[in-house]
Design a protein around this ligand. Structure first.
Ligand SMILES: O=C(O)c1cccc(C(=O)CC[C@H]2O[C@@H](n3cnc4c(=O)[nH]cnc43)[C@H](O)[C@@H]2O)c1
Length: 234
Protein backbone atom coordinates (compact mmCIF):
# COMPACT_ATOMS: atom_id res chain seq x y z
CA UNK A 1 0.00 0.00 0.00
CA UNK A 2 1.63 3.25 -0.97
CA UNK A 3 1.55 6.07 1.51
CA UNK A 4 -0.73 8.35 -0.36
CA UNK A 5 -3.99 9.97 0.65
CA UNK A 6 -6.84 12.06 -0.81
CA UNK A 7 -6.97 15.58 0.54
CA UNK A 8 -10.29 17.36 0.67
CA UNK A 9 -8.29 20.54 1.00
CA UNK A 10 -6.37 22.08 -0.28
CA UNK A 11 -6.45 20.80 -3.84
CA UNK A 12 -3.92 18.03 -4.16
CA UNK A 13 -5.80 14.79 -4.59
CA UNK A 14 -3.71 11.76 -3.81
CA UNK A 15 -5.79 8.64 -3.37
CA UNK A 16 -4.97 6.69 -0.25
CA UNK A 17 -6.26 3.66 -2.07
CA UNK A 18 -9.89 2.73 -1.96
CA UNK A 19 -11.70 4.29 0.97
CA UNK A 20 -12.95 0.87 2.00
CA UNK A 21 -9.34 -0.20 2.37
CA UNK A 22 -8.32 2.59 4.74
CA UNK A 23 -8.06 1.25 8.28
CA UNK A 24 -6.18 3.26 10.85
CA UNK A 25 -5.09 2.14 14.31
CA UNK A 26 -4.56 5.06 16.66
CA UNK A 27 -2.65 4.18 19.84
CA UNK A 28 -2.76 6.41 22.88
CA UNK A 29 -1.16 5.92 26.28
CA UNK A 30 -4.11 6.68 28.54
CA UNK A 31 -7.88 6.81 28.36
CA UNK A 32 -8.10 10.60 28.52
CA UNK A 33 -6.14 10.76 25.25
CA UNK A 34 -8.30 7.97 23.79
CA UNK A 35 -11.45 9.88 24.73
CA UNK A 36 -10.20 13.04 22.99
CA UNK A 37 -9.40 11.09 19.83
CA UNK A 38 -12.72 9.22 19.90
CA UNK A 39 -14.67 12.48 20.29
CA UNK A 40 -12.98 13.78 17.16
CA UNK A 41 -13.54 10.65 15.09
CA UNK A 42 -17.33 10.74 15.37
CA UNK A 43 -17.49 6.95 15.10
CA UNK A 44 -15.63 6.96 11.79
CA UNK A 45 -15.52 3.20 11.03
CA UNK A 46 -12.09 3.49 9.42
CA UNK A 47 -10.42 4.25 12.74
CA UNK A 48 -9.84 2.12 15.81
CA UNK A 49 -8.40 3.67 18.96
CA UNK A 50 -6.41 1.64 21.43
CA UNK A 51 -5.23 2.60 24.91
CA UNK A 52 -1.78 1.03 24.70
CA UNK A 53 -0.44 2.04 28.10
CA UNK A 54 2.31 4.40 29.27
CA UNK A 55 5.80 3.62 28.07
CA UNK A 56 7.25 2.03 24.95
CA UNK A 57 7.28 -1.60 26.07
CA UNK A 58 3.62 -1.90 27.00
CA UNK A 59 2.69 0.19 23.98
CA UNK A 60 4.66 -2.12 21.69
CA UNK A 61 3.08 -5.26 23.11
CA UNK A 62 -0.45 -3.92 22.97
CA UNK A 63 -0.01 -2.48 19.48
CA UNK A 64 1.36 -5.79 18.25
CA UNK A 65 -1.59 -7.65 19.75
CA UNK A 66 -4.00 -5.26 18.02
CA UNK A 67 -2.27 -5.66 14.65
CA UNK A 68 -2.23 -9.45 14.64
CA UNK A 69 -4.99 -10.77 12.38
CA UNK A 70 -6.18 -7.25 11.48
CA UNK A 71 -5.91 -5.40 8.14
CA UNK A 72 -4.69 -1.93 9.13
CA UNK A 73 -3.08 0.39 6.57
CA UNK A 74 -1.65 2.96 8.98
CA UNK A 75 -0.67 3.15 12.66
CA UNK A 76 -0.61 6.45 14.55
CA UNK A 77 0.92 7.05 17.97
CA UNK A 78 -1.04 9.98 19.36
CA UNK A 79 -1.22 11.79 22.66
CA UNK A 80 0.21 14.57 24.75
CA UNK A 81 3.89 15.28 24.88
CA UNK A 82 6.55 17.69 25.96
CA UNK A 83 7.77 20.35 23.59
CA UNK A 84 11.41 21.31 23.24
CA UNK A 85 12.08 24.98 23.88
CA UNK A 86 12.01 26.97 20.67
CA UNK A 87 10.60 24.00 18.76
CA UNK A 88 7.08 23.46 20.08
CA UNK A 89 5.09 25.60 22.48
CA UNK A 90 2.47 24.39 24.97
CA UNK A 91 -0.82 24.03 23.11
CA UNK A 92 0.80 23.33 19.75
CA UNK A 93 1.07 20.10 17.79
CA UNK A 94 4.11 18.18 16.61
CA UNK A 95 3.91 15.85 13.63
CA UNK A 96 6.89 13.56 13.88
CA UNK A 97 9.32 13.28 10.98
CA UNK A 98 10.93 10.42 12.84
CA UNK A 99 10.55 8.58 16.13
CA UNK A 100 13.75 8.33 18.18
CA UNK A 101 14.34 6.05 21.16
CA UNK A 102 16.46 8.76 22.73
CA UNK A 103 17.70 6.93 25.82
CA UNK A 104 18.22 3.50 24.30
CA UNK A 105 21.97 3.00 24.50
CA UNK A 106 24.87 3.34 26.91
CA UNK A 107 26.27 6.10 29.09
CA UNK A 108 30.00 6.38 28.48
CA UNK A 109 32.78 8.65 29.74
CA UNK A 110 32.46 10.36 26.34
CA UNK A 111 28.74 10.84 26.63
CA UNK A 112 25.73 8.83 25.46
CA UNK A 113 26.16 6.19 22.76
CA UNK A 114 22.96 5.09 21.08
CA UNK A 115 22.22 1.45 20.34
CA UNK A 116 22.97 2.18 16.65
CA UNK A 117 26.37 3.59 17.55
CA UNK A 118 27.02 0.53 19.72
CA UNK A 119 26.07 -1.72 16.82
CA UNK A 120 23.30 -3.45 18.72
CA UNK A 121 20.19 -2.27 16.91
CA UNK A 122 18.11 0.67 15.81
CA UNK A 123 16.78 3.69 17.66
CA UNK A 124 15.24 5.74 14.85
CA UNK A 125 12.09 4.99 12.87
CA UNK A 126 11.14 7.23 9.97
CA UNK A 127 7.50 8.18 9.86
CA UNK A 128 5.69 8.14 6.53
CA UNK A 129 7.07 11.34 4.99
CA UNK A 130 4.29 11.93 2.48
CA UNK A 131 1.52 11.45 5.03
CA UNK A 132 3.32 13.58 7.59
CA UNK A 133 3.74 16.37 5.05
CA UNK A 134 0.12 16.24 3.91
CA UNK A 135 -1.28 16.09 7.43
CA UNK A 136 0.95 18.96 8.55
CA UNK A 137 -0.36 21.07 5.67
CA UNK A 138 -3.94 20.19 6.53
CA UNK A 139 -3.38 21.13 10.17
CA UNK A 140 -1.86 24.46 9.06
CA UNK A 141 -4.83 25.04 6.75
CA UNK A 142 -7.08 24.39 9.74
CA UNK A 143 -5.18 27.19 11.54
CA UNK A 144 -3.80 24.83 14.16
CA UNK A 145 -0.29 25.56 15.52
CA UNK A 146 1.83 22.72 14.18
CA UNK A 147 5.53 21.96 14.03
CA UNK A 148 7.44 19.06 12.57
CA UNK A 149 10.55 17.27 13.68
CA UNK A 150 11.82 14.22 15.54
CA UNK A 151 9.66 13.02 18.42
CA UNK A 152 11.76 11.44 21.14
CA UNK A 153 10.64 8.39 23.07
CA UNK A 154 12.11 8.28 26.58
CA UNK A 155 11.71 5.97 29.54
CA UNK A 156 12.02 8.84 32.00
CA UNK A 157 10.24 12.15 31.59
CA UNK A 158 12.94 14.80 31.36
CA UNK A 159 13.03 16.87 34.52
CA UNK A 160 16.08 19.11 34.24
CA UNK A 161 17.46 21.73 31.85
CA UNK A 162 20.66 19.76 31.59
CA UNK A 163 18.91 16.71 30.20
CA UNK A 164 16.77 18.80 27.85
CA UNK A 165 19.89 20.52 26.52
CA UNK A 166 21.73 17.23 26.12
CA UNK A 167 18.87 15.65 24.20
CA UNK A 168 18.43 18.68 21.94
CA UNK A 169 22.17 18.79 21.25
CA UNK A 170 22.33 15.08 20.42
CA UNK A 171 19.21 14.84 18.28
CA UNK A 172 18.97 17.59 15.69
CA UNK A 173 15.71 19.49 15.65
CA UNK A 174 14.28 17.39 18.50
CA UNK A 175 10.76 18.80 18.72
CA UNK A 176 8.80 16.74 21.22
CA UNK A 177 9.27 14.13 23.90
CA UNK A 178 6.93 11.34 24.87
CA UNK A 179 7.11 7.74 26.06
CA UNK A 180 5.31 5.44 23.60
CA UNK A 181 6.14 6.32 20.02
CA UNK A 182 9.10 4.00 19.49
CA UNK A 183 7.16 1.03 20.84
CA UNK A 184 4.15 1.76 18.62
CA UNK A 185 6.39 2.48 15.66
CA UNK A 186 8.43 -0.69 16.08
CA UNK A 187 5.25 -2.76 16.20
CA UNK A 188 4.04 -1.10 12.99
CA UNK A 189 7.43 -1.54 11.34
CA UNK A 190 7.41 -5.21 12.29
CA UNK A 191 4.15 -5.59 10.34
CA UNK A 192 5.40 -3.54 7.39
CA UNK A 193 2.98 -0.70 8.11
CA UNK A 194 3.57 3.07 7.90
CA UNK A 195 3.55 4.94 11.16
CA UNK A 196 2.97 8.51 12.26
CA UNK A 197 3.35 10.19 15.64
CA UNK A 198 1.27 13.22 16.51
CA UNK A 199 1.78 14.93 19.86
CA UNK A 200 -0.19 17.76 21.44
CA UNK A 201 2.16 19.72 23.66
CA UNK A 202 1.18 19.80 27.36
CA UNK A 203 4.45 21.04 28.82
CA UNK A 204 7.92 22.22 27.98
CA UNK A 205 10.72 19.67 28.21
CA UNK A 206 12.97 20.79 31.05
CA UNK A 207 12.81 21.47 34.79
CA UNK A 208 10.01 19.46 36.36
CA UNK A 209 7.06 21.70 37.17
CA UNK A 210 3.80 19.78 37.32
CA UNK A 211 1.88 22.98 37.93
CA UNK A 212 2.95 24.14 34.48
CA UNK A 213 1.49 21.17 32.67
CA UNK A 214 -1.53 22.09 30.51
CA UNK A 215 -3.01 18.66 29.94
CA UNK A 216 -6.59 19.80 29.26
CA UNK A 217 -5.41 22.35 26.69
CA UNK A 218 -3.27 19.71 25.03
CA UNK A 219 -6.14 17.23 24.92
CA UNK A 220 -8.34 19.86 23.29
CA UNK A 221 -5.81 20.51 20.52
CA UNK A 222 -5.29 16.77 20.12
CA UNK A 223 -9.05 16.46 19.53
CA UNK A 224 -8.97 19.31 17.00
CA UNK A 225 -6.06 17.64 15.19
CA UNK A 226 -7.91 14.34 14.95
CA UNK A 227 -10.95 16.12 13.50
CA UNK A 228 -8.67 17.25 10.68
CA UNK A 229 -7.24 13.76 10.37
CA UNK A 230 -10.62 12.27 9.53
CA UNK A 231 -11.12 14.89 6.81
CA UNK A 232 -7.69 14.44 5.26
CA UNK A 233 -7.40 10.68 5.27
CA UNK A 234 -10.03 9.53 2.82
O1 LIG B 1 6.64 15.07 36.33
C1 LIG B 1 5.63 14.47 36.70
O2 LIG B 1 5.40 14.07 37.84
C2 LIG B 1 4.58 14.18 35.72
C3 LIG B 1 3.48 15.00 35.64
C4 LIG B 1 2.51 14.71 34.67
C5 LIG B 1 2.68 13.65 33.78
C6 LIG B 1 3.80 12.86 33.93
C7 LIG B 1 3.99 11.74 33.08
O3 LIG B 1 4.79 10.85 33.34
C8 LIG B 1 3.17 11.76 31.82
C9 LIG B 1 3.69 10.75 30.89
C10 LIG B 1 2.69 10.53 29.79
O4 LIG B 1 2.46 11.76 29.11
C11 LIG B 1 3.28 11.84 27.94
N1 LIG B 1 4.12 13.01 28.16
C12 LIG B 1 3.65 14.25 28.28
N2 LIG B 1 4.64 15.14 28.43
C13 LIG B 1 5.78 14.43 28.41
C14 LIG B 1 7.15 14.81 28.53
O5 LIG B 1 7.54 15.99 28.69
N3 LIG B 1 8.06 13.80 28.44
C15 LIG B 1 7.68 12.50 28.25
N4 LIG B 1 6.40 12.10 28.15
C16 LIG B 1 5.47 13.08 28.23
C17 LIG B 1 3.95 10.50 27.80
O6 LIG B 1 3.88 10.01 26.47
C18 LIG B 1 3.21 9.59 28.75
O7 LIG B 1 2.14 8.93 28.14
C19 LIG B 1 4.78 13.13 34.85
Amino acid sequence: MDSEQRLKKPTSIIPFGQQSQLRVLVVTAVSAERDAVVRALHRDPRFDVLVGGVGAVVAAVNTTKALVGAEYSLVISAGIGGGFPGRAEVGSLVVGTEIVAADLGAETSDGFNSLDELGFGMTRILTDANLAKCITKALQDAKLPVNTGPVLTVSTVTGTSETAIELAARINDASAEAMEGFGVGFAALDRGLPVLEIRAISNIVGPRDRSAWRIKEALDVLEAACEVLTEVLV
